[in-house]
Design a protein around this ligand. Structure first.
Ligand code: FES
Length: 254
């Protein structure tokens, strides 16, 4: 592999990542276990995981590119297109929705004047609404360049945005080796995602106020007995949220 792909020479990136990749591969009995940290290493250098990086990772580990791509596309930890210096990923899943995520999402959209999967014109912010970040006990929450920010309010979001714009925010910016597009070409991603799961948002949903998939899921729960995976659930937030919706009659009244 000479590192030259498409219209750009990938060799300098490869040379930077290779020593770290070799160190990672040597740590695991099965080299494919090094895939995620190697993708992170490429993202650290380029600010995103480019197609060339995925091809290179596959070659290092003896994996088909399709395996690398399907792994990278599973995680919101990997940016598969050039993004802003700060990527705000707000959780739009159930616990966060019940704790006011929608207000937070609307607030950020209005403050930055961008929508789901879009980047501000100055390339400073990208914004994405993601599925559960596994921090449900501190809902609503988001990740900023993959660092968690918990217990979001409009006030602490404003403070965070101000610090980022002033260059004083504690989490460093991502490296930007390519100019982010104004949007992330969501249509192009559609073919790579599973359309099968009920209740999973379409990547073509606009997100935020325009994306009603999260609310529809809660409404479905409120319509009948709260049953998940064939069994009644005792998950407190879901049961309480569904009961509250039954009481008020409609999710849209919130
Ligand atoms: S629902 Fe938001 S972190 Fe789990």
């Amino acid at each position: 592999m000479n590192g030259t792909t498409g219209t750009r020479d990938f060799a300098p990136v490869l040379a930077q990542v290779k020593p770290e990749a070799e160190r990672l591969i040597a740590q695991y009995p099965d080299s494919r276990s090094a895939l995620l940290p190697i993708l992170h290493a490429f993202q650290d250098v380029e600010g995103w995981v480019s197609p060339e990086a995925m091809t290179a990772a596959g070659a290092m580990l003896g994996l088909p590119v399709s395996v690398v791509e399907s792994t990278a596309s599973f995680y919101s930890l990997f940016f598969r297109r050039p993004v802003g210096k700060y990527v705000l990923q707000v959780c739009r899943n159930l616990s966060c929705q019940l704790n006011g995520a929608e207000k937070i999402m609307t607030h950020i959209r209005e403050r930055l004047n961008i929508g789901h999967l879009e980047t501000t014109h100055d390339g400073l912010f990208s914004y994405e609404e993601v599925e559960c970040l596994a921090a449900c006990d501190r809902a609503p929450c988001m990740q900023v360049n993959l660092d968690f920010v918990y217990d979001l309010t409009r006030e602490n979001v404003d403070a965070l945005l101000r610090e980022i714009m002033a260059g004083t925010y504690e989490t460093p910016p991502l490296r930007q080796t390519a100019k982010p597009a104004a949007n992330w070409h969501v249509e192009q991603d559609w073919a790579q995602k599973s359309p099968g799961a009920r209740g999973v948002s379409s990547p073509n949903d606009p997100g935020g106020m325009g994306d009603v998939s999260g609310l529809r899921m809660i409404e479905r729960l409120a319509d009948g007995p709260v049953v998940l995976s064939g069994r009644p659930t005792e998950e407190r937030l879901i049961v309480e949220g569904a009961a509250r919706l039954k009481h008020t009659g409609s999710a849209n009244e919130h």
